[in-house]
Write a protein that binds this ligand. Structure first.
Ligand code: T46
Length: 133
């Protein structure tokens, strides 16, 4: 599969960098929630689920990690290594994150509030859900 990347414009000057994220502009949806993953212990891999309806954009605002996306046919690994580079996590895409640097802060924008019933956390169920969709 081909990942959909979202480029955040860097508004830097000689004082340093600034990136603004505007709902419905910098990301292709209205932002209803943001969360961040940080202080990830060495060797941890997390995620391992798909969402039925949720759309998200993730960006490593510090440090780096890899985002693995799997649409049921093919897997792709996206290096999250710049505050200017976001990746879209579409509904129906199995995803997990690995290779977190100790300083990684992964910021995620989502188009809905938290809802555990939107998660598919079993890969077999995910494949079945894709077939029935
Ligand atoms: C995703 C990837 C990229 C909440 O209560 N509210 C929230 O908004 C979120 C995101 C999580 N939680 C609770 C649910 C769990 O008890 O926080 C705990 C850890 O969440 P989870 O195990 O789902 O974390 P990850 O890293 O596996 O997945 C997260 C997001 O949950 C998920 O939507 O796409 O990051």
């Amino acid at each position: 599969m081909t990942p959909e990347l979202v480029e955040f414009k860097q508004l830097g000057d000689d004082r340093g960098n600034l990136i603004a994220v505007e709902s419905g502009r910098s990301v292709p949806f209205t932002i209803e929630r943001a969360y961040y993953i940080y202080n990830t212990a060495d060797g941890v891999e997390r995620g391992f689920h798909a969402h039925k309806a949720l759309t998200q954009v993730a960006v490593a605002v510090a440090g780096s990690c890899d985002m693995i996306l799997d649409d049921g046919n093919a897997e792709v690994s996206v290096p999250m290594d710049s505050p200017g580079k976001g990746v879209l996590i579409a509904p129906g895409v199995w995803h997990y994150m690995k290779s977190f640097s100790p300083d990684c802060v992964l910021l995620v924008f989502a188009d809905a509030h938290y809802d555990e019933s939107d998660y598919i956390r079993d890969y077999g169920e995910f494949k079945q859900w894709l077939k029935e969709r």
